[in-house]
Design a protein around this ligand. Structure first.
Ligand code: PEP
Ligand code: MG
Length: 372
């Protein structure tokens, strides 16, 4: 009898013949990218680079980068991070063998990189009271004053996304260098040229994308010239704020593609915390008659779906044929996929294990629309 895997492959193969939507995966490591490939992903639609900064061996360098008191200190920290980032990108490009990879530049809620303000205050108090080591106390006090300087009341609405990159252009510059060097290294080693798309996070104003694009393009040009190589790099943006959807025509002028970040678009569109909608006090409200389902799992069609529609239409009105994807959690949810298909988006991107579900859902959406 045929193997389960073969049957599964055949069935999902039929779905692929029917569907119109592309299916990509969200992956931050070479292993996840390889898994995604195995499950049929046609590319990586979102590589969240901030996840690569979180590892215990990197956090000290990242803190140095954020807390740096001078340009020199920041440059030193970035020099340490660059080879680590390059290694990450090489793993992903190598696993994807020339398929498109959308690398999103750093999207930090700052508090995830820094010690907690209250904990740091308590540490200083404890060291002070116990009359501990003077150097340790002074170090803890310095860190506390730095953390206070960067503390934000609403980190999810603070210096996130491209806002940090606007303040410190050397960060997107370093990341772009690492991306280009990784692509060239993989090409030399494996003969396959990566299809690279660089994505700018949390854009609200066209000017942000214009500035970030300039930084990326200049850095790519410098790196390629130094290496004597040629390579095409596409630059696009997340559409994950209502303002970005509304002014999508202005933003499109500077974009090769859009990817709708429906997690943040839901958070900011409904004004509901994505970290509290499940399990917390707010979850009681989400399950009552006003909000019938968790809008972070299945898209709020009228509201957030309307913002996606506005963003898609206005983006394409300024740039016909603009490539449009979705990389929020909704990219792996069948009911949401049906909406994205109806809105004419080009692809969805979801966690690797959801790729087969997305392939089926995209096919079903076509069949449903045909009434079969
Ligand atoms: C989003 O907001 O939908 C998104 C994909 O970005 P993140 O989940 O990393 O904020
Ligand atoms: Mg987001």
């Amino acid at each position: 009898p045929p193997q389960v895997n073969e049957d599964f492959g055949a069935i999902v193969g039929w779905a692929d013949e029917i569907r119109r939507l592309g299916v990509r995966a969200n992956a931050d490591t070479g292993e996840d990218a390889a898994k995604a490939r195995e499950l049929g992903a046609e590319g990586i639609g979102l590589c969240r680079t901030e996840h690569m900064f979180m590892a215990a061996d990197r956090l000290p360098a990242v803190r140095e980068m954020i807390l740096a008191g001078s340009d020199e200190e920041r440059a030193e920290a970035l020099e340490k991070i660059l080879p680590m980032q390059q290694e990450d990108f090489e793993g992903i490009f190598s696993a994807m063998k020339g398929l498109p990879v959308t690398v999103r530049l750093l999207d930090p809620p700052l508090h995830e990189f820094l010690p907690d303000l209250v904990e740091q205050s308590l540490l200083v108090q404890r060291l002070d009271l116990t009359g501990g080591d003077a150097d340790e106390l002074s170090e803890a006090r310095t860190l506390l004053s730095q953390v206070k300087r960067l503390h934000e009341q609403n980190p999810m609405l603070g210096t996130r996304g491209c806002r940090l990159a606007m303040l410190y252009p050397e960060i997107p510059e370093m990341q772009t260098r690492a991306i280009v060097r990784a692509a060239l290294a993989v090409k030399e080693r494996e003969g396959e040229t990566a299809t690279v798309e660089i994505m700018i996070p949390l854009v609200a104003y066209a000017r942000e994308l214009q500035v970030q694009r300039q930084i990326v393009e200049q850095t790519v040009a410098d790196e390629l010239e130094a290496a004597g190589e040629q390579m095409e790099v596409h630059v696009g943006t997340m559409i994950e704020l209502p303002r970005a959807a509304i002014v999508a025509d202005q933003i499109a002028e500077h974009a090769d593609f859009f990817s709708f970040g429906t997690n943040d678009l839901t958070q900011t569109g409904i004004g509901i915390s994505r970290d509290d909608a499940e399990g917390g006090f707010l979850s009681a409200y989400v399950s009552d008659e006003v909000i019938p389902h968790n809008p972070f799992e299945s898209i709020d069609k009228d509201g957030v779906g309307g913002l996606v529609q506005i963003g898609a239409e206005r983006g394409r009105s300024a740039k016909p044929g603009l490539k449009l994807g979705v990389c929020g959690e909704h990219g792996g949810d069948p009911a949401s996929i049906e909406l994205f298909d109806a809105l004419g988006l080009d692809y969805v991107s979801c966690s690797p294990f959801r790729v087969p579900i997305a392939r089926f859902a995209a096919a079903r959406s076509v069949l449903d629309a045909q009434g079969s």
